[in-house]
Design a protein around this ligand. Structure first.
Ligand code: AMP
Length: 170
């Protein structure tokens, strides 16, 4: 099965020049979604991971499914002000300005072996900031998992030292 068929490319969304990779057709098709989940999970099975961290919002869909497949906990990383309990925050640079992500401070314990998951690895800023959050709380990132990598943006360079897995590459 060619999973590329289930990624809808939307030009100029959310702004001119961005070629948006829409995963909702993949979520809609039960068979393709299952094939994708199996491919995501395959390289993660033997890592003795203790938690999956998923990044708001599209990292929640498969992040939760991966956690369920592995029988381990799921932790959301969210935009500022969304998490109700005590948080730690990490800011990162965008093309213009900065953005911030937060995680509940009790969600990761020292010694946790963590899989980071998001839908798209683009410039890598989001994933690198998420790894920082995990490490701030004493967790070890054992793998970074993505549905797809936009390889021309070299995001994996911001994740040097991490093992990066992706199902699709553009
Ligand atoms: P970055 O920090 O540049 O690696 O961007 C990654 C985040 O932005 C992920 O959470 C993606 O969901 C989103 N993202 C970036 N570029 C795209 C794209 N072309 N299509 C869909 N989502 C994207």
């Amino acid at each position: 099965m060619d999973l590329n068929q289930f990624i809808r490319v939307v030009p100029d969304f959310p702004k001119p020049g961005i070629s948006f990779k829409d995963i909702t057709p993949l979520l809609l098709d039960a068979q393709a979604r299952e094939v994708c989940l199996k491919q995501l999970v395959a390289p993660l099975k033997d890592l003795r991971a203790t938690k999956v961290v998923g990044v708001e919002a599209r990292g929640f869909f498969f992040g939760m499914a991966i956690a369920r497949e592995l029988g381990i906990g799921f932790v959301p990383v969210r935009k500022p002000g969304k998490l109700p309990f005590e948080t730690v925050a990490q800011s990162y640079d965008l093309e213009y300005g900065t953005d911030t992500l937060e995680i509940h401070s009790d969600a990761i314990k020292p010694g946790d072996r963590v899989i980071l998951h998001d839908d798209v690895l683009a410039t890598g800023g989001t994933a690198a900031a998420s790894c920082e959050l995990i490490q701030k709380l004493g967790g070890k990132v054992v793998a970074c998992s993505f549905l797809m990598e936009l390889s021309f943006l070299n995001g994996h360079e911001k994740l040097s030292g991490q093992t990066v897995h992706r199902v699709l590459s553009y």
